[in-house]
Design a protein around this ligand. Structure first.
Ligand SMILES: [Zn+2]
Length: 62
């Protein structure tokens, strides 16, 4: 499995060099916790993370 990075801006996880969510290149390999957002409209976690798109998000990004 490829190493995943978390976006410092929106916490979206990605294996690429650019965040697919906000196009930020501020990625961190130092993150913890994992939230899988399937339905952002109905998810309290998505609201807490300010995640507007489905995907996998880190709970904490250093
Ligand atoms: Zn991002």
């Amino acid at each position: 499995m490829a190493k995943e990075y978390a976006c410092r801006n929106c916490r979206r996880l990605t294996t690429g060099r650019v965040c697919p969510n906000c196009n930020s290149t501020e990625l961190s390999s130092d993150w913890s916790g994992l939230a899988v957002i399937i339905n952002p409209e109905k998810s309290q976690i998505a609201k807490a993370l300010a995640a507007h798109k489905p995907g996998r998000y880190a709970l904490k990004v250093a």
